[in-house]
Design a protein around this ligand. Structure first.
Ligand code: 13P
Ligand code: SF4
Length: 312
C-alpha cells in the first residue's frame, strides 16, 4: 500500500473500531495528518481523560502511552512500536532514583512527565514543560524539592522561580545536541529572526531565546507573531504543524553539533513510529500498553494533582 492507501485504511479502521489516535508534534507528518488529537505532552494527557472511544492509540513514545494508560485503565491503549523510548526517561532508573530520594526524606519529589511510570509512582507531583513553573510555584517556599529527571529544565525552573531545587542529572540527547556556535552563526545570517527554544535545551541556548516553552507554547508564539522568521530549537517534527498553521512564517530548524550523526534535531525514538506501523497496530490491536496495577495507582495520584493544578 502507498501512503495514501495506508492513511485511508487507518481512517476506515478508526471508525470501524471506535478508536482515537493521539499524536505528539514530533511524529512524522503522515501520522499527524491522520490523528484526531495533536498536541504537547500536557494537552495529550488532558485529552486522554476526555476522549470517549474504546481504543486509544498513542503515536508518541512509551512514557506518553504509559500516561494514557494510567489515566484510562479500562481502555485498550496501543503504541505503534514499543521500542519508542526516551533518552531522558532512560537517564533515570527507578532503582537509582529510589536510592537517591531515600537520602532526602524531607524533600517533595516533582517529576517531569518524561519519565517512567515507576518514577511517577515515587513522585508527589508531575509536571510537563507547559506547566512546570506553575507546578513548582504551587509548592510552599519552605518545602525542599527534588526535581527529576531533566537537569536543563530543572536549571531553567531554578532561574524562573528562584527556588533551590535538588536536581537529578538527566538530559535529552536531542535537545542537548544543539550547537551554540552554529546557532549564533545562523542568527547572524537571519538577524530579524526570533529564536524559540524548548526548556530541555541547555542554558546557553535558552539565553539566546526570545521565547522558551513547550512545543504547544512555541506553536502559539509563532501564531502570535505571524509572518516572522523563527529559529526553532526543538525536535524538527514541530515544524510541520507550525508551517501548516502559520504558512507565512519562515521556520528555520536550530542547528546541531557538527559531529552529531543526525543532520537535524530528530528524535530517533519518536521517529520509530511510522504510518505503516500505526496501521498494523490499529488493525491487529497490538502492541498494547499495560502497567502493573500497584504502580499505576501510585503514578495516577501525582498526574491527577498536576491536571487539577493547571486546569486548561
Ligand atoms: P512537550 O512537553 O513540549 O510535549 O515536550 C515533550 C518532549 O518530549 C520534549 O522533548
Ligand atoms: Fe525524549 Fe528527547 Fe525524544 Fe523528547 S525529544 S521524547 S525528551 S528523547
Amino acid at each position: 500500500m502507498d501512503l495514501q492507501d495506508t492513511s485511508r485504511r487507518i481512517l476506515e479502521l478508526k471508525a470501524e473500531k471506535n478508536a482515537t489516535i493521539l499524536a505528539h508534534y514530533y511524529q512524522e507528518a503522515a501520522i499527524q495528518d491522520v490523528a484526531d488529537v495533536i498536541g504537547d505532552s500536557l494537552y495529550l494527557a488532558r485529552q486522554a481523560t476526555r476522549v470517549k472511544e474504546d481504543i486509544l492509540i498513542m503515536a508518541g513514545v512509551s512514557f506518553m502511552a504509559e500516561t494514557v494508560k494510567i489515566l484510562n485503565p479500562h481502555k485498550k491503549v496501543l503504541l505503534p512500536d514499543t521500542s519508542a523510548g526516551c533518552s531522558l526517561a532512560d537517564s533515570c532508573s527507578p532503582q537509582e532514583f529510589g536510592k537517591f530520594i531515600q537520602q532526602y526524606p524531607d524533600h517533595l519529589v516533582v517529576s517531569y512527565v518524561n519519565c517512567s511510570a515507576e518514577i511517577k509512582a515515587m513522585s508527589d507531583l508531575v509536571c510537563t514543560s507547559s506547566n512546570a513553573v506553575e507546578v513548582i510555584r504551587s509548592v510552599p517556599e519552605d518545602q525542599p524539592v527534588i526535581f527529576a529527571p531533566d537537569r536543563n529544565l530543572g536549571r531553567y525552573l531554578i532561574r524562573q522561580t528562584g527556588r533551590d531545587l535538588l536536581l537529578w542529572d538527566g538530559a535529552c540527547m536531542v535537545h542537548e545536541a544543539f550547537s551554540i556556535d552554529k546557532l549564533l552563526e545562523l542568527y547572524r545570517m537571519y538577524p530579524a529572526s526570533r529564536i524559540i527554544a524548548h526548556p530541555e535545551s541547555e542554558e546557553h541556548i535558552l539565553k539566546t531565546a526570545s521565547y522558551v516553552g513547550s512545543t504547544a507554547g512555541m506553536l502559539d508564539y509563532v501564531k502570535r507573531h505571524d509572518s516572522g522568521q523563527f529559529i526553532v530549537a526543538t525536535e524538527a517534527g514541530i515544524l510541520y504543524q507550525m508551517q501548516k498553521e502559520v504558512p507565512n512564517a519562515k521556520l528555520i530548524p536550530a542547528p546541531v553539533q557538527k559531529d552529531n550523526s543526525c543532520a537535524c534535531s530528530e528524535c530517533s525514538h519518536m521517529k520509530v513510529n511510522t504510518l505503516e506501523k500505526l496501521y498494523l497496530c490499529l488493525k491487529n490491536e497490538t502492541p498494547e500498553m499495560n502497567i502493573e496495577e500497584d504502580i499505576r495507582q501510585k503514578a495516577l495520584l501525582p498526574i491527577v494533582r498536576m491536571l487539577e493544578l493547571s486546569e486548561n
